[in-house]
Design a protein around this ligand. Structure first.
Ligand code: 5GP
Ligand code: ZN
Length: 112
């Protein structure tokens, strides 16, 4: 499959990895939008949050459980934002489910 995040998960494309377990990988975004900007992905290819189904229950819960672990590793105790873009209108550019974990400064409110 021609998916850049699958290739990163397989170690075929290098990334600055901050956390890894059996189900998930977290690595620095190549084009950070905030002082800390990490992507948390399942190793399994799931196209987006719109594609999460009952069969993904274990990996989906592991993905959410990875969030506080990654935040702890990055010293984000003052808070952070978790974002997942979905599809065309959501502005998704890489079609492999990922959480943007963003922080390192006080972020502006974003709605719309
Ligand atoms: P999306 O736009 O799908 O919500 O987020 C995709 C993110 O992946 C973007 O923030 C983009 O900078 C990041 N990205 C795209 N290609 C690569 C890559 O090869 N390596 C890393 N580390 N990040 C990438
Ligand atoms: Zn993929």
């Amino acid at each position: 499959m021609d998916c850049i995040f699958c290739k990163i998960a397989a170690g075929e494309i290098p990334a600055k990895v901050v956390y890894e377990d059996e189900f998930c990988l977290a690595f620095h975004d190549v084009a950070p939008q905030t002082p800390v900007h990490v992507l948390v992905i399942p190793k399994q290819h799931i196209p987006s949050a719109a594609h999460v189904a009952e069969e993904h229950a274990e990996v989906a819960s592991k993905l959410l459980l990875a969030v506080p672990k990654v935040a702890g590793l990055l010293s984000l105790e003052d808070g952070f934002r978790v974002v997942t873009n979905v599809g065309e209108n959501g502005g998704q550019t890489v079609h492999h489910l990922h959480f943007h974990l963003m922080g390192g400064k006080k972020l502006a409110a974003v709605m719309g």
